[in-house]
Design a protein around this ligand. Sequence first.
Ligand code: 2AL
Length: 258
Amino acid sequence: MQIKLINPNTTASMTELMGEAARAVAAPGSEILLATSRSGAASIEGHYDEALSVLGVLDQILEGDPADAYVIGCFGDPGLLAAREATSSPVFGIAEAAMHAATFVATSFSVVTTLERTRVIAEHLVRNYGMQDHCRRVRATDVPVLELDRPESNARAVILAECEKALREDRSEAIVLGCAGMADLAQFLERELGVPVIDGVAAAVKFAEAIVGMGLRTSKAGDLAYPLPKPYIGKLSGYAPARLFPANERQRIARAAI
Ligand code: 2AL
């Protein structure tokens, strides 16, 4: 199966880092296709960055042959529900996947994320995903996303110290990593901390394999149906559902018939 891993930020080295984490856990029959957004911010660290990243994510879903599943590799899960509308292939956000994975191996977890200003984004997701009973706290480290990508930075030590505080002060039993750029830290942190440390990229890939393996697709019976055809104007006229979705669906039907 083909799983397309989309980095909603435009930093290609971060896509490669996520790709390594994805391929390390992927089953032999899974092909991980890497895609870096071609529009938007170098790193996503706030509501504005995040809102503007959604078009780049949708571009990656709408172009080319459909993948069997998509993973949105940013902890804000930008555009997750819009992406689920745009395709019937299952779409996974790394925050949603990581939080669900954590509940299978611990009754409580803490999220350790990047900047203080992004903490509220993760807190909103905790509520949206009904994880309030499991997530003890979302902790910020004030490590900027692009620092995670610099080998000489002290990000690793700062994140480890915050995880240790989480276990001590929150009494959490697992850590959810709150940024795709932390994907390469999971094993190191797990060794140091002695509790499950969940990277959402790996979790999302494994959930994708499971859901596709079960033959499940996104329901088109309700709010996740293809967007209603209507005119869009201005810069976004090319995104008009009337233009995109009939063609997209024909492509899918043709592919399914092969
Ligand atoms: C992220 C992430 O995963 N990628 C990015 O650019 N920003 N999330 C975060 N909390 O900083």
